[in-house]
Write a protein that binds this ligand. Structure first.
Ligand code: HEC
Ligand code: HEC
Length: 214
């Protein structure tokens, strides 16, 4: 990562003139604010989310992402991005616009406290996905997914989401959206740059791989 940083810093000025990907700035105050989210209040607020995301944050349908076990910073950022119009979705945009920053932090704390979905191991050949996760692709400057999302697929506290147990249908759809630019709320274009280099078949296999990862 140390060697990549100067490269990223060179790219930023080119993006600086355009709209920022997200209004989120990870200052210590923001990190502490999210860390102090109230799980109990989040649980109450989450009753209105259960129809789509499940009672315990494990969604009943492939098109709805599971939220259980997701890192709080990531969930908080997504809710604020929807509210700010930085990530758009006909179902989520208006819901998030009705949440305060405090509500968002409380919901993020609640979902982080729940155990992630555990799905059956896949019988399919997922070797292409495993190679991308573990090794990336040197010919394409494609870093391995594990560098940021961890080998466990549990993500990193700062702002990298957990992917393990996620609905494959959702993961595939969101990667295709990064690829075609419809989803553009990733800071420094990290995921858009990566998704553009993945074939649709690779995306499908990666989504299946992460769904069954425990
Ligand atoms: C009517 C169904 C519906 C309801 C109710 C709903 N959501 Fe969603 N939610 C969705 C859909 C669909 C997506 C995927 C949208 C996309 O692809 O951008 C989503 C995405 C999200 C995401 C992004 C997940 C990720 O992995 O990036 C978060 C966070 C979220 N919802 C939180 C909530 C919270 C909190 C509530 C309740 C206050 C809620 N949602 C209520 C349908 C719903
Ligand atoms: C340089 C670090 C980095 C690498 C490498 C990386 N990611 Fe990500 N990824 C991120 C960050 C940061 C986000 C959150 C972006 C945001 O805030 O919207 C993310 C978001 C995602 C999401 C959206 C999750 C959700 O719930 O909506 C998926 C899916 C994803 N990455 C898959 C992958 C896959 C598959 C690979 C490997 C081919 C990969 N990532 C490699 C940093 C990385």
């Amino acid at each position: 990562m140390k060697r990549i940083l100067p490269l990223i810093l060179c790219i930023i000025p080119a993006f600086a003139v355009a709209e920022p990907a997200s209004n989120m700035v990870w200052m210590p105050e923001t990190l502490n604010f999210v860390k102090d989210g109230n799980i109990k209040k989040g649980e109450q607020l989450a009753q209105s989310c259960a129809g789509c995301h499940g009672e315990k944050g494990i969604s009943p349908m492939g098109m709805f992402p599971s939220l259980a076990g997701q890192t709080a910073n990531y969930t908080y950022k997504q809710l604020r991005d929807y509210a700010d119009g930085k990530r758009e979705n006909p179902m989520m945009s208006s819901i998030a616009a009705g949440l305060s920053e405090q509500d968002s932090a409380d919901l993020a704390a609640w979902f982080q406290s729940l155990p992630a979905a555990q799905n059956k191991a896949s019988q399919e050949d997922l070797s292409k996905a495993i190679s991308l996760v573990d090794k990336g692709n040197g010919k394409k400057i494609l870093p391995p997914c594990f560098v940021c999302h961890e080998s466990s697929g549990k993500g990193q506290k700062m702002d990298t989401p957990a992917l393990a147990g996620q609905q494959a249908e959702y993961t595939e759809a969101t990667l295709l959206e990064y690829k075609n630019g419809t989803r553009h709320n990733d800071l420094y274009s990290r995921m858009r740059v990566i998704a553009k280099q993945l074939s649709d078949a690779e995306i499908k296999q990666l989504a299946k791989y992460y769904q069954q990862l425990k």
